[in-house]
Design a protein around this ligand. Structure first.
Ligand code: SAM
Length: 279
């Protein structure tokens, strides 16, 4: 009886090809077949490392029938590597269903870890990294995206999103509208020639990208809420903005801090609070 094969989940670089691991190269060289999100894309990677292997496609729209074929090959004794276009397969990439199918069929699965854009961005964010929520891509539909962000409004952990350049400006505006003016680290083109990490407030991010066309790949790392759900129902919110600020001044804060705290309580930009104080 033939032994069943193993599925290797192999991470590939997110830009810089030198980020491939020694183990990834070894596995890609020794498996019988590589299941790739885009075979042409992976062929370039294999050519770079002078690896010749049969490739088969495995992506979102063929995962049902291709998964069954891959499982059949594994059961027949083939060792197969799963790769995506960049980074760690299964994470905002095809593979989740295949992993479940392998587990159902008692097929061994081995991870070959490596680059992941979300984790790389977190390490550079200068935000709290002890606990975080990885959200991946928000919905492309405006109403659904807004609903998703509303659900995250009181999340205290750092939030990590993937975003496409053509949607970045709108997403930043939606975030600012729903979350108020929080800190954000916009991580662009990580490990590539034009790697850039912009650490600023959502308000500043919106201004920056009004002047600069978003180009390349982005991870957005956003600070979590400083307010628990329900805190927005505080009696302070029944007061006028002026009384709200004065309450904090009378409690001993200077005017600047009182305005900052008032803005945070109300989930409003500081400049709106300043404006109300001047009027
Ligand atoms: N599985 C991949 C991983 O482990 O990071 C993510 C795949 S997901 C389809 C692609 C998204 O990841 C991009 O739209 C972008 O948000 C993010 N991304 C991938 N490579 C990146 C890079 N070099 N710099 C910044 N973001 C990147």
């Amino acid at each position: 009886m033939t032994d069943i094969g193993t599925l290797y989940v192999v991470a590939t670089p997110i830009g810089n090809l030198k980020d491939i691991t020694l183990r990834a190269l070894e596995v890609l060289k020794t498996v019988d077949l590589i299941a790739a999100e885009d075979t042409r894309h992976t062929l370039k990677l294999l050519n770079h490392f002078e690896i010749k292997k049969p490739l088969t496609s495995y992506y979102e729209h063929n995962k049902q029938y291709k998964g069954a074929k891959i499982v059949a090959e594994l059961l027949a004794g083939k060792n197969i590597a799963l790769v995506s276009d960049a980074g760690t397969p299964v994470i905002s990439d095809p593979g989740e269903l295949l992993i479940k199918e392998c587990v159902q069929n008692s097929i061994p699965i081995i991870t070959v870890p490596g680059a992941c854009a979300a984790v790389s961005a977190l390490t550079l964010s200068a935000l709290n990294t002890k606990r975080f929520v990885f959200y991946g891509f928000l919905s492309a539909k405006s109403r659904e995206r807004t609903a998703e962000l509303e659900q995250l409004k009181y999340e205290e952990k750092t939030l990590v999103f993937y975003e496409a350049p053509h949607k970045l400006r709108q997403t930043l505006k939606d975030m600012r509208q729903i979350f108020g003016d929080r800190r954000i680290s916009v991580c662009r083109e990580l490990t590539k020639k034009y790697e850039q990490v912009l650490r600023f407030s959502l308000e500043e991010a919106i201004c920056y990208f009004e002047e600069n066309e978003p180009k390349g790949e982005f991870v957005l790392v956003l600070s979590g809420s400083e307010k628990k759900e329900g805190a927005f129902n505080s009696p302070l919110l029944e007061m006028s903005v002026r009384d709200h600020v004065n309450f904090y001044i009378q409690s001993g804060m200077d005017k600047k801090d009182a305005i900052k705290k008032c803005a945070l309580d109300r989930g409003a930009p500081k400049r709106d609070i300043y404006r109300e104080m001047i009027d």
